[in-house]
Design a protein around this ligand. Structure first.
Ligand SMILES: Cc1ncc(COP(=O)(O)O)c(C=O)c1O
Length: 425
């Protein structure tokens, strides 16, 4: 995020807190940096699960990004943002019938198949519609990505078909009626900071592609190697070395492309593109000292940003934070920064050193563009989704309004009980 604090403060004053603020220029730059670190034969697919805001997707799409979606709603967002079906891949372990039918009907580039049962379902629907459905077989490899804190492959998961089983049975997939198997998909893990690890992972997948092509003498038109490139959130972590990444990945992909020029090479990325482009702004509503610690209580915590609160992590470490209301000369103190929930775990800054905090100050949680509100329990205490703001080309845009009380209550249905049912005895 390269926007200055006064720009951020004035956007927050205009649109309120809790809110997510994105730097449009940084978002585009991150995307371009990734594209430039890869040879031309690779297409970058932005993963909407990481942040599905339609304006952000539109900005990426207008700069050339393709899209990877995991639900029909994400697919509609991608289309609304300007994506065309041939630049969409659709995956996810639980696709509903209507979602599969819609994807087949739209003729997207590939439905990524997560199981043999799913392949049969797609085949049956495509037959009903008299269409050939384009698919890729997702493989859960025997290999797992080094350096990923969240491994998706090389262990029992609900993703994809096991490598050995897939290799043995691939002819069945190729022979399935109304199915065009474009190739394979592997996504092995997220938040990898070592270029070498992404390289090893990709090399493994390209070799797996070759094993299958050779064994079955088939022609593929796609290989999706996932990605998982990360962002350094915590002290002592270093960002992915782009030069090393480039030096390793360019020859790997270029050689592959020479051998298989008809194969579209896909890399999926979310966190690397958007993680550093966003921050969360929260307002301090209450201050107190409790058992010797100073607490700053803010209007957005786990409910808006469960990653910053360390949900799912045994060791809780702080995302970088700043008090942007403090004067530069203010003294620093050690704080516990909490959210608004009645949960002792709702802490987004533990023993964190920040410039003196006062009630109404605005605190920023940085590096927060990825996996923010969409992967947080937003309805806890019925607080709802925070606002989202885009700063781009000197303008500030509200790109999602904060959920209002009506937004939340109107989704609930109050039953008009018959009189007798309310009398218990
Ligand atoms: C299949 C798949 N693709 C893409 C992504 C996005 O990954 P990242 O944010 O690490 O780029 C994920 C994240 O879990 C994923 O599961």
């Amino acid at each position: 995020m390269n926007k200055n604090n006064s720009e951020i403060l004035s956007a927050v004053q205009k649109f309120g807190t809790p809110s997510y603020i994105y730097d449009g220029e940084k978002l585009v730059q991150n995307y371009k940096n990734l594209v430039n670190a890869l040879p031309e034969c690779v297409d970058v697919f932005y993963a909407l699960k990481v942040n599905p805001n339609v304006s952000l997707v539109k900005l990426l799409r207008s700069n050339g990004a393709c899209t990877e979606v995991c639900s029909i709603t994400e697919m509609e967002i991608a289309l609304k943002a300007g994506s065309t079906p041939e630049d969409i891949v659709y995956l996810g372990p639980c696709k509903k019938d209507y979602e599969l039918k819609k994807a087949i009907e739209l003729n997207i580039f590939a439905i990524v198949i997560e199981s043999e049962i799913e392949l049969k379902r797609v085949s049956a629907f495509a037959k009903e519609m008299d269409i050939i459905a384009n698919v890729a077989i997702r493989i859960n490899p025997d290999f797992s990505a080094e350096g990923s804190p969240w491994k998706m492959g090389g262990r029992p998961t609900h993703f994809g078909i096991e490598e050995q089983h897939a290799i043995e049975n691939f002819q069945v997939y190729l022979d399935t009626p109304n199915i065009n198997v474009r190739g394979i998909h592997v996504y092995n893990g997220t938040n990898i900071l070592e270029a070498k690890s992404v390289y090893e992972n990709t090399k493994y997948i390209l070799e797996l592609y070759e094993t299958i092509v050779r064994k079955y003498n088939c022609k593929f038109t796609m290989v999706d190697v996932g990605g998982g490139m990360g962002v350094p959130y915590f002290q002592n972590q270093e960002e992915l070395d782009t030069q090393e990444f480039r030096n390793l990945m360019v020859p790997l992909f270029t050689n592959f492309n020479k051998k298989y020029p008809e194969t579209r090479i896909i890399m999926e990325s979310g966190r690397l593109i958007i993680g550093t482009s966003g921050c969360m702004a929260v307002q301090v509503n209450n201050m107190k000292t409790n058992h010797g610690k100073i607490f700053a209580v803010t209007d957005g915590g786990t409910n808006c940003h469960s990653a910053a609160a360390g949900s799912g992590r045994v060791v809780k470490r702080n995302f970088p934070m700043e008090n942007i209301s403090a004067l530069p000369t203010a003294q620093e103190h050690k704080y516990q920064v909490s959210g608004p929930l009645c949960s002792p775990d709702d802490i987004i800054g533990r023993n964190i050193q920040l410039k003196e905090i006062n009630v109404l100050d605005i605190l920023l949680v940085k590096l927060s563009g990825a996996y923010g509100p969409t992967s947080s329990p937003g309805l806890f205490h019925s607080h709802g989704y925070p606002a989202e703001i885009l700063l781009y080309q000197g303008e500030s845009y509200l790109i999602r309004s904060k959920d209002s009380t009506d937004d939340i209550i109107n989704k609930q249905i109050m039953v008009d009980f018959k009189k007798n049912e309310l009398i218990l005895n």
